[in-house]
Design a binder for this molecule. Structure first.
Ligand code: NA7
Length: 531
């Protein structure tokens, strides 16, 4: 076996990359992690816009691999802020001494498989070359920002920001005229906070989002104590659910329930707050009629909150609820009652152009000091497609995925031996609680690499037939739901020219079972070759 610089290279030092490093190092592998940012944290390093928080409860959005870690760490709020999560990431890195194997400020430009030596050649943007037997992409699902190509975008003389690439030095919007383009999760978190600072905030909305109240606040210490006393049981129970989040989906169908029962159930989930609203009934994501009842419930809440009926109407989505990711609301709808906030609907009257002084829409110029792009990401495939990844016979991943991503289990790709993706397209990823999804992938990959090594194998690679079957299965599962019915980033529909393919796998517990079956059957669907 030809000697390589490292056994494994990991790209990305967010939650996934850090844990991958921990697992592989623990098993005696020589690992190097490359990170584009100047520090650890991935998503939580880049998305430091005002109001940024997690939309999954802190006690569930955290590592579970170390009982001591999860017992020692205290989360202050139900939904942790970005700074608190970053503090946690840093605590983990220090606690497990992870930094020494991470190289920061390093973009990976190319990752190329060499058939002769059966190793990966990795090239950084600065021209450094290293080799490794295994290559693991921990590049994140929402890490490649989408900056829309609006006419005149670069002409604006004021400050411009993207929520997903926010500067480390916090901008001060006090007394400024601020424009926000986009009304997805990031905007919904940022808008209420910026509105409190700005002289005037103008929101440019193309499609309204559904948002459920967060009811965020300090954690009740008794609640935390109870969770921590049986932490493993709670974590295991969460793995039996479709999203990896503890609160189970109601087994009742909305379509078969009375109006009064629906009302009571929606109201009770609404009062709990958070994303599990969508679990109020079992059929909300498969039956349009059932979904309509939930959608109308949210629209009514919007009308009750927003005083100006015209603004409430503009804020009320007409799409399938849950089809795009739901948002978690802290003062979002209420912010539109402020006199210093104006909502513009850019679906009926689009932005003409960005000018030196602001945004022109319908022939009228709105003068601005700052423009914030809360316009999302080239999700799930964007970060991978930026890298020149080439497998057997020099085949480019960009070419292989020209009509949409193809993976086996969202973990591996046929024609790309010893190459793994954490939370890749075809895995539950963004439709699951990211933390258990990450831990599952990392442990699966580390076990796999270890098993192959013990059997003195050199290469493990997904078989083409298994990959085709998995892609077909992923699509078939999605087709039974309402997810394909709207232009979401799950489908790549937010990026012009991106193939319309539903990327995440629906069903966390089923997925875990499938991955275990594959292992139990001796890595079914993979081929292992020796020296
Ligand atoms: P999202 O959810 O993709 O939201 C992006 C928003 O930007 C959305 O409202 C888009 O409208 C809007 N957008 C995008 N391009 C344009 C243009 N050209 N003009 C006007 N408006 C535009 O990204 P977020 O960062 O908010 O959230 C991403 C995930 O992070 C979230 O789901 C959580 O998982 C955390 P559209 O809906 O496409 O009409």
């Amino acid at each position: 076996m030809a000697r390589t610089d490292f056994d494994a290279i990991v790209v990305g030092a967010g939650f996934a990359g850090l844990y991958m490093l921990y697992q592989l190092r623990d098993r005696g592998f020589r690992v190097k992690v490359y990170e584009a940012g100047s520090d650890i944290g991935g998503t939580w390093f880049w998305n430091r816009y005002p109001g940024a928080r997690c939309d999954v409860e802190s006690l569930e959005y955290s590592y579970q691999f170390s009982e001591e870690l999860q017992q020692d760490w205290d989360w202050s709020e139900r939904y942790a802020t970005q700074p608190e999560i970053l503090k946690y990431v840093n605590h983990v890195a220090d606690r497990f001494d992870l930094r020494r194997d991470i190289q920061f400020n390093t973009h990976i430009a190319a990752v190329v498989f060499d058939e002769a030596s059966r190793s990966w050649a990795v090239r950084t943007a600065a021209g450094e070359n290293v080799t490794a037997r295994y290559c693991i992409m921990a590049t994140g699902c929402l890490s490649s920002t989408n900056l829309p190509d609006i006419k005149g975008r670069d002409r604006f003389k004021g400050g411009t920001y993207h929520t997903g690439n926010w500067p480390k030095i916090e901008p001060d919007f006090t007394g400024k005229r601020v424009g926000v383009i986009g009304t997805g999760s990031s905007a919904i978190q940022a808008i209420p906070v910026i509105a409190e600072q700005a002289a005037h905030l103008y929101v440019f909305q193309r499609t309204p989002s559904y948002a459920v109240p967060a009811y965020n606040g300090p954690y009740d210490l008794d609640y935390v104590k109870k969770r921590k006393e049986n932490y493993a049981d709670f974590r295991n129970a969460a793995k039996q659910t479709r999203s990896g989040i503890l609160r189970p989906v109601n087994e009742r169908n909305a379509a078969e329930s009375s109006k009064a029962e629906r009302e009571e159930t929606f109201e009770s989930r609404w009062q709990e707050g958070g994303l599990t609203f969508l679990g109020a009934f079992n059929d909300l994501l498969v039956d349009k009629g059932a979904n309509d009842t939930a959608a109308e419930f949210v629209r009514r809440k919007i009308r009750e909150t927003v005083k100006n009926p015209d603004v409430a109407e503009l804020l009320s989505p007409k799409t399938v609820v849950g089809c795009k990711r739901m948002c978690v609301d802290t003062n979002y709808y209420r912010t539109y009652n402020r006199p210093n906030v104006t909502l513009f609907d850019v679906s009926s009257l689009p932005i003409d152009e960005i000018t030196k002084k602001g945004i022109r829409r319908g022939g009228t110029q709105i003068e601005l000091d700052e423009i914030i792009f809360a316009t999302g990401f080239d999700a799930m495939t964007g970060a991978l497609m930026k890298i020149d990844i080439r497998g057997r016979a020099g085949r480019r991943l960009r070419d292989k995925w020209a009509e949409g991503p193809k993976t086996y289990l969202g973990l591996a790709i046929s024609g790309f031996p010893n190459f793994f993706i954490i939370n890749g397209p075809g895995s539950p990823s963004v439709l699951a609680n990211m933390m258990p999804a990450i831990e599952h992938h990392v442990e699966w990959i580390a076990n796999c690499i270890d098993d192959v090594r013990q059997k003195e194998g050199e290469c493990i690679e997904a078989e083409s037939a298994a990959e085709e079957d998995w892609v077909a299965h992923t699509n078939a599962v999605a087709a039974r739901t309402l997810f394909p019915s709207c232009n979401s980033w799950y489908l790549g529909a937010n990026i012009p020219g991106k193939p319309r393919v539903f990327m995440p796998y629906l069903g966390f517990s089923n997925y875990l079972e499938k991955c275990q079956q594959v292992v139990d059957a001796g890595y079914e669907g993979f081929s292992v070759s020796g020296p």
